[in-house]
Design a protein around this ligand. Structure first.
Ligand code: ZN
Length: 338
């Protein structure tokens, strides 16, 4: 059997497991038996959020949750579990008999500053913000540009890098089963940015302000303000949000170093935390991060079980905007959506 066939089958199986798990949990909660799913479990998790919006739009991307959901979630976890700073997490200042949680945000959206920060301050919850320092090159992240534009454009097919991409019913541009977004993930930024030209007229025709929550990034003043707040820390997330494992190592090093230096200039303090874009890392990029002074490296999943032994590298639990608060809590306690 070929590797792709096995990979496809295991992905399908994970999807079925995820769906069945959701149905099972929904039935338990409906029958009033869901408490067993929310029993305290012990251990520790680092959560990763991306965007927070005003009402929970899930058509544009799969990374945003509503401010209402966010506050309900924060209220619940601060009441029932032990919320700690990432520093305390790394120093293993955990409470026994409960779940210890640290909170992180990736990408550096203005909506973090607008919606999440006031809620975190109100409930006295520490958090770390990992910022993409693309400001000089573009006002948005390329993935958000593509998400918003794919949703809004009248174009049915586009030509990019000698390939034709047709829009499907999920608003993705696809060639041979591969989406433009997934292809872009493997490219250097100088190639990715050519997409801006294809959709430039569509971007300029967007209704003013309507999508700002989904693409606007924090400015320097807002980043600095967060860095001065004792509840929060600022970390780096690369300069252009490219996959650091798909571009040449020297270019990856430049991305990492530039984002560190730019944030140190803005915040006037050492930046010692780095979150890998898309969670993609390898030993070369991680070693470089450690060599230039990063003390905390945030991933999504470990590449291998052995990687979990490295005390600098931590995996994180990604929030899911498609499920209820109860379901989200049950998955968080389990540490898995499967
Ligand atoms: Zn990111």
């Amino acid at each position: 059997m070929d590797g792709n066939y096995i990979k496809l089958n295991s992905m399908l199986w994970m999807r079925i497991k995820y769906r069945l798990g959701l149905i099972y949990k929904t039935i338990l909660f409906k029958l009033g038996l869901g408490k067993s799913l929310l029993k305290n479990r012990y251990g520790e998790r680092i959560l990763v959020f991306h965007g927070i919006d005003s009402y929970g739009e899930t058509k544009l991307n799969s990374r945003f949750i509503s401010k209402l959901f966010f506050e309900e979630f924060i209220k619940y976890i601060t009441t029932h579990y032990n919320i700690i700073s990432l520093d305390d997490y790394y120093n293993k200042k955990f409470k026994k008999n409960t779940l210890n949680i640290a909170i992180t945000f990736d990408d550096g959206y203005l909506n973090n500053y607008k919606y999440a920060v006031p809620i975190l301050e109100k409930h006295n919850v520490p958090a770390c913000f990992y910022i993409t320092t693309i400001h000089k090159k573009a006002p948005y992240l390329w993935a958000d540009f593509l998400d918003i534009i794919s949703f809004n454009t009248q174009k049915k097919d586009v030509f990019f890098e000698q390939k034709s991409y047709k829009k499907n019913n999920k608003n993705e541009f696809v060639n041979n089963g591969m989406s433009l977004k997934n292809i872009a993930k493997t490219l250097p930024y100088d190639t990715i940015k050519l997409m801006y030209e294809i959709f430039n007229d569509d971007w300029n025709a967007l209704p003013p302000k309507q999508f700002e929550d989904y693409w606007k990034l924090m400015n320097k003043k807002q980043i600095k303000e967060i860095s001065k707040n004792p509840l929060f820390t600022i970390g780096a997330h690369g300069e252009t949000h490219v996959s650091l494992t798909d571009i040449p190592l020297e270019e990856a090093k430049r991305e990492i170093l530039t984002s560190k230096q730019q944030l140190e200039l803005i915040c006037e303090q050492p930046i010692t935390e780095f979150a890998f874009p898309f969670g993609y890392y390898n030993h070369e990029t991680a070693k470089y991060c450690e060599d230039i002074g990063f003390k905390k490296l945030l991933l999504v999943d470990y590449n291998t079980k052995n990687d979990a032994k490295n005390e600098t590298w931590k995996n994180r639990f990604v929030m899911n905007p498609y499920i209820s608060l109860e379901q989200q809590l049950a998955c968080l306690l389990k540490g898995s959506y499967f």
